[in-house]
Design a protein around this ligand. Structure first.
Ligand code: RIB
Ligand code: CA
Length: 307
């Protein structure tokens, strides 16, 4: 039985790869894509989501645009990582389709409520849309939330915080305190999903979409080479999607996660009680290990199915 999902994203190179992985995986039924501010402005992330779906011949998948800024914080985009378009690098035709007329949160409420089977949400951007949905519905008919964001250890937007959480920490805190089944796919595992030139060659060898993904990685690697000295790029968001496809790839611990809201220095830090130093109750399944080769084997094989 396929698992109904919605991906809430800010494409973004790795969001695009997560979308393609989900489209190629028969275990999942992508009910729709909702977009949010983050890697670029909402207008650009929405256009990029449509562009990627059209590239894969899936303009049948509805796209609904959501929040164009965080709940309370100022909007900050990551053009330094993803470029002016949010999907710089490979040539990709402009979108021909348009998003739905309804707001992403309205789409999420309607679509989740109408699903016969509880829906898995896979947020891969700032959590503004998801927080607004939970505020409205309490998470009714949401099976679980598998989010890319946070870090037990170092951050990437600041030394303390990962971008998706840093961008809208209030939204993130409300998701971690929702009482729902939340899985945090943080930098501790996504920084183990860094491509190599050999993986890019494997992707080029499986077809047109694999070549597009490899071209995305070429651009996405520039920032990571400058920052970390890596030969490739971490496919953060695809790790979240892969975890829903195959729960054996990532090892998790049930731990308490709190989000720092007061400090400017540590804004958006996910404080994960990894070693049970407090009495705070566990509220998330936190990724600690990743089967890197298993992840890339899945990614290459599934992307190859898209032709
Ligand atoms: O910190 C990495 C996350 O921020 C990824 O989801 C990337 O796409 C950006 O949204
Ligand atoms: Ca993202």
């Amino acid at each position: 039985m396929t698992r109904p999902i919605v991906i809430d994203c800010d494409p973004g190179h790795d969001d695009a790869i997560a979308l393609l992985l989900a489209l190629a995986s028969p275990e999942l039924k992508l009910l729709g894509v909702t977009t949010v501010h983050g890697n670029q402005t909402l207008e650009k992330t929405t256009q990029n989501a449509i562009r990627v779906l059209e590239l894969a011949g899936r303009s049948d998948i509805p796209v609904a645009a959501g929040a164009d800024r965080p709940l309370t914080r100022e909007l900050t985009v990551a053009a330094h990582v993803h470029g002016e378009s949010g999907l710089d690098g490979p040539s990709l035709p402009p979108a021909t389709g348009t998003p739905l007329g309804e707001h992403a949160v309205d789409f999420l409420e309607r679509t989740v409520a109408a699903s016969e089977r509880p829906v898995t949400l896979i947020p891969t951007g700032p959590l503004t849309n998801v927080a607004l949905l939970l505020e409205r519905t309490g998470g009714a008919n949401v099976e679980r939330i598998v989010l890319m964001g946070g870090a037990i250890a170092e951050g990437n937007m600041t030394p303390a915080a990962e971008f998706n959480i840093w961008a809208d920490p209030e939204a993130a805190q409300s998701v971690f305190h929702s009482g729902l089944d939340v899985t945090m796919v943080g930098l501790d595992v996504t920084h183990r999903a860094v491509t190599t030139p050999a993986i890019q060659e494997r992707l080029r060898g499986v077809g047109r979409i694999g070549t597009f993904v490899a071209d995305l990685v070429d651009f996405f690697s520039v920032y990571h080479a400058q920052t970390y000295g890596w030969e490739g790029a971490p496919i953060h968001d695809a790790v979240a999607a892969a975890h829903v496809i195959d729960g054996e790839l990532m090892t998790t611990l049930h731990r308490n996660v709190e989000v720092e809201l007061e400090s400017e220095l540590c804004r958006g830090r996910t404080v994960v009680d990894r070693w049970l130093r407090t009495e705070r109750p566990p509220n998330a399944h936190v990724g600690i290990e990743l089967d890197t080769s298993g992840f890339f084997d899945l990614l290459v094989e599934r992307i190859g199915r898209l032709g």
